[in-house]
Design a protein around this ligand. Structure first.
Ligand SMILES: Cc1ncc(COP(=O)(O)O)c(C=O)c1O
Length: 404
């Protein structure tokens, strides 16, 4: 067996299951889960219709590069959304959701015949770590800072780390805290990438769910604005899962550096990364339509506008820039234990929240800072309908007040 498999950590939801194994959820309350970040708003009819209309296309093998018309739809969306002109033949590749693409991209770019480090924010989406480990790389966990709106202070990553870095994962808007990277941060990262030669993989799957007037800056957009029109060493990953409420469709795209995407296409051809023709048709319909996205965003905005102030009465939590999570500090009564908070909340109010420590890492080999920056916080996914989220918030308020 591949010995690197032994280095994979249990996935956060598995750890949550174990944490809750001995807990009897309160029988007086209906179960509400804010634990898993899975979109639950309705899938738009136009996507379902496109699937039905495309069923006849199943009798062919799709090409790994995707239909030209699909790439064209994706490029047109990038142009409308980011004012960036891409060549659909060179700068875009369809992928079966950003998860597999994040993983496969690491296998494509990492050269493990020499020392390889992958830098990730901490806390982070766990696939980055597994992708790096299975590619034979070491991890460097760069802590997100509450004082920086949970962004990372990249200037604090030692040069000795950058010197071995082959790949940097960024997540903007971030999971779990929803922070959006600005142009200044991008400029610094591009400078570092030019100096040290690493690839930047920008995970942007939450880009369409935002709470400020201005839509989040994307990596392609930042590169374009800084005159990097060849997107050198940059690949962004964008997904329909959250934008269009189709996590089951498995559809997104990678965009950016043409040389990397050429190699990525080669890797995917052997790996078997072609997208089903039915999914391609549904994806075109989704990328071509913006009305359902605006409606979806409004649903999240209304929900967050109601739930956040309720929780702010009892917890240190704020409206994120974007995404669908609240990243809240555990109140002092729990002595900073996010796991204890999660266990007791389930036992007393039948509400599931994810302990922040499961999304972060402590004591990584290379890092100066030893504590887990996810500890002492919980992640709440506001994916259910507004009534259920409000009910969960009311129970959390009661729960915390009962401890005061
Ligand atoms: C930060 C982040 N990236 C990527 C993904 C994967 O999304 P998908 O594979 O559905 O595009 C998720 C899913 O929850 C996520 O939270």
């Amino acid at each position: 067996m591949n010995p690197l498999l032994g280095r994979l950590q249990p996935y956060p939801f598995e750890r949550l299951r174990q944490l809750h194994a001995g807990v009897t959820p309160s029988p007086d309350h209906s179960p509400i889960s804010l634990g898993i970040g899975e979109p639950r708003h309705a899938t738009p009819e136009l996507i379902k219709q496109a699937i039905i209309s495309a069923l006849g296309s199943l009798a062919v093998y799709p090409s790994t590069g995707g239909e030209p018309a699909l790439r064209q739809s994706m490029a047109a969306w990038v142009e409308r959304r980011y004012q960036v002109a891409l060549d659909p033949q060179q700068h875009i590749l369809p992928v079966n959701g950003s998860r597999e693409a994040l993983f496969a991209l690491a296998q494509t770019v990492i050269d493990n015949s020499r020392p390889a480090t992958v830098v990730v924010p901490n806390p982070f989406y766990q696939i980055y770590e597994g992708a790096a480990l299975l590619a034979g790389a070491e991890l460097y966990y760069a802590p997100s800072e509450p004082a920086l709106n949970f962004g990372v202070d990249w200037a604090r990553v030692p040069e000795s780390v950058w010197a071995k870095t082959q790949l940097l994962f960024v997540c903007t808007p971030g999971n779990p805290a929803g922070a959006v990277m600005g142009l200044k941060e991008w400029r610094l990262l591009f400078e570092l990438s030019d100096r040290f030669g690493f690839v930047i993989a920008s995970d942007e799957c939450y880009s369409e769910i935002y709470f400020r007037d201005e839509a989040p800056l994307g990596g392609l957009q930042a590169a374009w604005q800084l005159g990097r029109t060849d997107f050198r060493r940059l690949v962004t990953l964008t997904s329909l899962s959250k934008r269009s409420n189709v996590p089951g469709l498995r559809s997104g795209f990678a965009a950016g550096d043409a040389d990397i995407l050429k190699k990525f296409l080669l890797y995917r051809t052997y790996h078997g990364g072609a997208m089903s023709p039915v999914v391609q048709a549904a994806s075109r319909a989704a990328w071509d339509d913006e009305a359902h996205v605006q409606l979806n965003r409004q649903l999240y905005r209304d929900k967050f506008a109601q739930v956040t102030p309720m929780l702010q009465g009892v917890m240190d939590v704020k409206l994120p820039d974007a995404g669908f999570y609240l990243w809240a500090a555990v109140p002092a009564a729990f002595e900073g234990s996010d796991t204890e908070f999660s266990r007791q909340l389930l036992a007393q109010y039948n509400v599931v929240v994810l302990p922040g420590c499961y999304l972060g890492r402590s004591a990584p080999a290379l890092n100066v800072r030893l504590c887990n920056p996810g500890s002492g916080r919980v992640r709440m996914a506001l994916v259910a309908d507004v009534e259920e989220c409000m009910q969960a918030a009311q129970r959390i308020v009661q729960f915390i007040q009962s401890k005061l």
